[in-house]
Design a protein around this ligand. Structure first.
Ligand code: SF4
Length: 274
């Protein structure tokens, strides 16, 4: 279903002007991004902070969908992630990056994985991409970061050289094995939050959560039914859009992202996808 622009050219111009303030500077070399979510209680949801990711999109094989098991609490999950060594990323990370935001979020934003800044701070989306995401949420949706939930496909920083976590530009995409090892944590987070909508930021989370090999430019512009049951009888919508780091690299993607976020806004306000 194709989103039709419902807002005025004035709204779009204001959005682009706002983002241009963030796009004025070139993105830092090699960074990795993460995702946010909207709050169920709020009229305002919040964006997640993101660190810019490396330009190359990984050719990630779709990870198998995990069967539903008993739902752990978010605190239990956070403790499990903190101690996790289920894959090799756990031995190189400085901090596990579990996720941030409202645990009653109406929308969960999902990114690829932590980058340098996220690894150092232990929080997703804390770089320029995160600031840009915050601005998009505020400008288009009227939401704040605290209203949404933000998480990643993998919780630990994938590094090209795991022996040098202090090095910038040391990011790489997660491997299919790393994604498969970490996927159950995201599944459990989603079961605990029970969002109405998931927004995937970029190709990797879109491929993983929709079990497809198509990239973000082919998948964005419409909403999908998330193919995993979170709440019996209540489907969860999934809206793919570009990662904010992609907008930092290519400002021409701003309008497509605006359209995707306007589709999300209509869904949050009406429960319908235009
Ligand atoms: S990336 Fe996920 S599975 Fe791998 S060690 Fe970190 S928390 Fe565990």
């Amino acid at each position: 279903m194709k989103w039709q622009l419902a807002e005025t050219a004035k709204d779009l111009a204001a959005y682009i002007r706002s983002l241009d303030e963030d796009l004025a500077e070139p993105p830092p070399a090699g960074a990795v991004v993460t995702a946010p979510a909207l709050s169920r209680a709020g009229k305002t949801a919040k964006a997640a902070a993101v660190t810019p990711a490396p330009a190359a999109e990984p050719a990630t094989s779709p990870a198998p969908l995990m069967p539903s098991k008993k739902t752990a609490s978010m605190d239990e999950l956070a403790e499990q992630v903190k101690a996790c060594r289920r894959c090799g990323l756990g031995s190189a990370r400085l901090n596990a990056v579990f996720g941030v935001g409202s645990r009653k979020a109406k929308v969960v934003f999902v990114g690829e994985g932590p980058g340098f800044q996220e690894d150092h701070k232990g929080e997703p989306f804390v770089g320029r991409s995160g600031q840009l995401l915050d601005k998009i949420l505020e400008t288009v949706l009227g939401l704040k970061r605290s209203d949404v939930y933000i998480a990643n496909i993998v919780k630990c920083h994938p590094m090209k050289n795991p022996s040098d976590p202090e090095s910038h530009g040391n990011d790489r995409p997660p491997t299919p094995d790393e994604i498969a090892a970490c996927r159950p944590y995201l599944d459990e987070q989603l079961r605990a939050i029970k969002p109405d909508c998931i927004v995937t930021l970029g190709s990797v989370p879109t491929k993983v959560l929709l079990n497809t090999d198509k990239g973000i430019s082919l998948m964005r512009g419409r909403a999908y039914d998330y193919p995993v049951e979170i709440v019996p009888g209540r489907p969860v919508k999934l809206i793919p859009t570009y990662h904010p780091a992609a907008l930092l690299r290519n400002p021409n993607l701003k309008r497509d992202t605006w359209e995707d976020m306007k589709m999300l806004k209509v869904f949050l306000e009406t429960g319908k996808i235009s």
